[in-house]
Design a protein around this ligand. Sequence first.
Ligand code: ADP
Ligand code: MG
Length: 745
Amino acid sequence: MIFSGGFPITDSSRFNAVEKAYSKTPVKPSLPKEATSGYFGCNVFNEKQMTKYLSKQTREHLAAVADKGLVLDRSIADQVASGMKQWAMDNGATHYSHWFHPLTGGTAEKHDSFSEPDGKGGCIEEFSGKLLAQQESDASSFPNGGLRATFEARGYTAWDPSSPAFIIGDTLCIPTIFISYTGEALDFKAPLLKSISVLNSAATSVMKSYFDPTVRKVTVNLGWEQEYFLVDADLYSQRPDLVLTERTLMGHESARSQQLEDHYFGSIPPRVLSFMQDLEVEGCRLGIPLKTRHNEVAPNQFEIAPVYEEMNLAVDHNMILMSVMKMVAARHGFKVLFHEKPFKGVNGSGKHCNWSVTADTGVNLFAPGKNEEENLRFMTFIVNTLMAVYKNNGLLKAFIASASNAHRLGANEAPPAIISSFLGTEITHVVKELEKSAAVIGMNKKSGIDIHVPRIPELLKDNTDRNRTSPFAFTGNRFEFRAVGSSANCAAPMTALNTAVAYQLIQFRKTVDDLIKSGVPVRNAVLETLSRYLKECRAVCFDGNGYTEEWKAEAARRGLDCETSVPLIYDNCLRPEVCEMFAFTDVMSPVELIARTEVLHEIYSKKLEIEARVLRDMAVNHILPIATCYQSEILDNIIKMKKVFSEEELPDLLDPQMKVVREISHHISAVRAQTDELTKLCEDLEKMPDGREKAVICHDRVLPYLDTIREHIDSLEMIVDDRMWPLPKYRELLFIRWKNGTVFR
Ligand code: ADP
Ligand code: MG
């Protein structure tokens, strides 16, 4: 540490961390010798393992439970448990755990050992069907929105046989749902499973009645794209804000960040590639069909995506992978950030949810067809989805809104905080014709693009373009819900979407059936209804640039939900028509909706209160002392200059120095005054009961303090001697460097 005028001017821990971070070399990934197909799913109790460990009869019963939703026979559960235990022990597991998705947004697990005392001084390994099927836990220790008080705290986890058990480390994890003693859902999975089931029956019934009587079942698919940031673990540990809130609450923009647009799809930094390779091996062992990896737009930002799967499994796989990412990152000296906006001024992260529905006949209900009948089916599902999104645009926003995603929605790189749908020119044309004349016109097949480049083969054009600004874009054979945040459990928005579309299809079926009963031919009844729907839901279709101010004004004129305050957006969950929809479809009762909304408000307030406290501590303990030190140094210099220079020379020479002293004073006073006010506000908030009112105050009053205090601190960062600044700066955090490696990328 260097001393000047009695003050330390080098914060050694920051420079040590920077040096450590930059002197790392890529960690060699431990890649198996065999091809992926050789070890894919080896840590999952899948069909292959079941064939080895379970009898044919047990397997058939289990398949029927997963497939047809039959209730599991307890004697079968014992046999499954026994086979599962043997498989797990053969693969190194010593413990088992029910694994579930509580309303915290993460996952939960409690490990129990297989070993039990045998009463003779030794032990045996045990795992019964009862332990597999059901366990009890303290529901009041999880967010429950008042459903469980500490004095009546019982909650149950119940095995979900539709998602296979898996091994992580030494633990056999069993996917479960989590419900209260009185039967209310306390997790994301129970409503998700119900919503998948209700969409299955509604879509099947529409298909059977009007398009294909042989359809028995439809499957709801999800293909998620997980965006994330990586930061060096040593630099991360020097940032209390990242450690405690997952985002930087202060930090001046780096002179170079993403302006050159050279990170997106750029060559992957070797340190990161090693991490990705290890991650893919771990993911594939867990049966996650990982497919795509690439650099994202912001420096240090990346994406990983699997091939789409049945939705329940896809949701589990996303949550498993997020945990695995953290573990693998640690091996590579990284921290992975799932926060939607860890760094101000660069792109944030989303989790695009590609959503589609396929019939057991192999038809994707959102794929354009080859003839008029197929296209009528295609338009039926497109229009009903648009109608559901139109009627529930506020609700869908409520299911993706969070304290962290709010920093992303509406910012330049992300979808705006207004839910609309992009269809593309071709589909829009078909939709317009349908609305006008109640007729389905044919769609162009993929046509060629004349590119006039010698030796390059013809390109085929998709029937939709891309629109990065649309929160809910049609992308050829699926909808891409782009507004979902990177840290979210996709089960929540998918539950809302499935339920809304299912409810819409139920109403569609009723309307069309009424028309048929009154003598209208089936085809005409479908066409007429769709045409009428289109007139109503056109307001939600928007192909333009969702980032513009004009769109905001236009969306408000169209009656779309334009609210940007997260606590007020949550009000959508309790609108009477929303309660009616969830109750009618039996996905969530009003009691469950009230509890869920309470949890949303509670988590929102808690996150902001934590950010306020961390910012205040960092301002007072890290920033103000350093700013004062630097100011003293300048004042020392001024005193020394006064001894050296003549009276006539001094004013000119001292003027710039005095200006800096005044600037620092201005920022110090402002930070001091504002943190005092914020502290007082937080004390008042502590006395308030959790709930909507508290969340509204956090949004209206705490957020502005966080912004203005940050502005002053970021200005100080630009003034204070770099050697004294205690926190790793954006330029140090945001570009992964390694020993002997290039500086950028
Ligand atoms: P993008 O170019 O939009 O970034 P990616 O290749 O990163 O696309 O991811 C697209 C995701 O969409 C993948 O998970 C992919 O499996 C999924 N997907 C493709 N077709 C469908 C479909 N019919 N239904 C659901 N998801 C799909
Ligand atoms: Mg992608």
